[in-house]
Ligand binder design. Structure first.
Ligand SMILES: C[S@@+](CC[C@H](N)C(=O)[O-])C[C@H]1O[C@@H](n2cnc3c(N)ncnc32)[C@H](O)[C@@H]1O
Length: 326
């Protein structure tokens, strides 16, 4: 997914780092259709976006127990990688994003659907969306790219636009997991010898502990239902306080359905191989060794594509793309 692009970003300063704010950063990334896909998915390929989109959509649908009557908001919808999969299953899907260019691609990709809307955001606010107007909301691979102040502002806004009892699902990098920490160390590395006068990338990867996430949610009017933390991600499901939804029943459901929501040990293992290669100088063959055959799980096919793209971008160092990834 987008993850390996960021890993590369750790090694080489990205042009988009010059951007002064979130909007210009992401508009810059998505200035071409290919650029938009790479920024969300690392693939520049519609087929891969559908593969990874289906994987993530399943996590979201399970976390939120999506139902046909739901009005659903995606914050940071990008090219509609997830929305394209979920919109046909709900009453209304609204994609909100800071980048007009991202929304342009999403609009195109979801053009055949009548029950979708698009909202261009101006700042860390959902000001154009009505209070108590959504049953469910989700946000994937977005909070990892913003400062905590903006994370909090968005949580407040999500609490406003959700109906009482409405459900929220999101993720962020997990500093408390060993692989999450290794991912963080990669970021840290690029600042070790950085020019102290240089401003940090506005959309650089940011990391949180599960406890921080819980505190923020509680301050914003949510009751935390479940937090999955056994991967480099913190994945949270929370409920806006004040409704009639039964929190205990939701918790039991989320515990039962964890296998469809939480990142798997296989995902974590394959991701770890990638960051050890990119960040710790492990020989890239380690990624191929990590894969094994497709029967190990659906993650294998996704990671084979991400590894392939990563290798392609590093052929100058690693040599030609090996047949095992071609
Ligand atoms: C890595 S992409 C993920 C897109 C989508 N959630 C997915 O998983 O395919 C991050 C998305 O978040 C959007 N984004 C980044 N910062 C944002 C902000 N401060 N407010 C709203 N959207 C933001 C970007 O424009 C981009 O579309």
């Amino acid at each position: 997914m987008h993850y390996h692009r960021r890993l590369q970003g750790a090694a080489a300063i990205d042009h988009a780092m010059e951007a002064k704010n979130y909007k210009s950063f992401w508009d810059n990334k998505a200035s071409t259709r290919t650029g938009a896909f790479i920024a969300v998915d690392g693939s520049a390929n519609e087929d891969v976006a559908r593969l990874t989109g289906a994987y993530t959509a399943r996590q979201v649908a399970a976390a939120l127990a999506l139902e046909p009557g739901d009005r659903v908001l995606e914050l940071g919808c990008g090219v509609g990688r997830i929305g394209r999969e979920l919109a046909p299953k709900v009453a209304h899907w609204e994609g909100a994003d800071i980048s007009a260019n991202m929304l342009g691609v999403a609009r195109e990709r979801l053009a055949g659907l009548a029950n979708v809307g698009f909202t261009e955001l101006r700042r860390s606010s959902l000001e154009s969306l009505a209070t108590d107007s959504f049953d469910k909301a989700y946000c994937v691979a977005v909070f990892i790219h913003m400062d905590k102040e903006d994370f909090l502002l968005y949580l407040e806004e999500l609490a406003r636009v959700l109906k009482p009892g409405g459900l929220l699902f999101f993720d962020t990098w997990n500093l408390a997991h060993p692989v999450g920490w290794r991912r963080f160390a990669l970021e840290v590395g690029q600042y070790r010898n950085a020019d102290p006068g240089q401003r940090k990338d506005v959309a650089r990867n940011q990391f949180s502990t599960p406890e921080e996430v819980r505190i923020c949610l509680e301050h914003c009017g949510f009751e935390v239902l479940q937090t999955y933390t056994d991967s480099p991600w913190v994945q949270s499901v929370a409920m806006k306080r004040g409704g009639s939804r039964d929190a205990a029943a939701e918790r039991a459901r989320l515990a039962r359905d964890a296998v469809n929501i939480a990142y798997t040990p296989l995902w974590t293992e394959l991701f770890d191989a990638m960051i050890r290669v990119t960040g710790e100088g492990l020989h890239p063959q380690a990624m191929i060794d990590a894969l094994g055959d497709d029967s190990r799980g659906e993650e294998i096919a996704m990671f084979r594509v991400w590894y392939r793209e990563l290798w392609r971008h590093n052929e100058a160092h690693w040599g030609p793309l090996p047949a095992a990834l071609a």
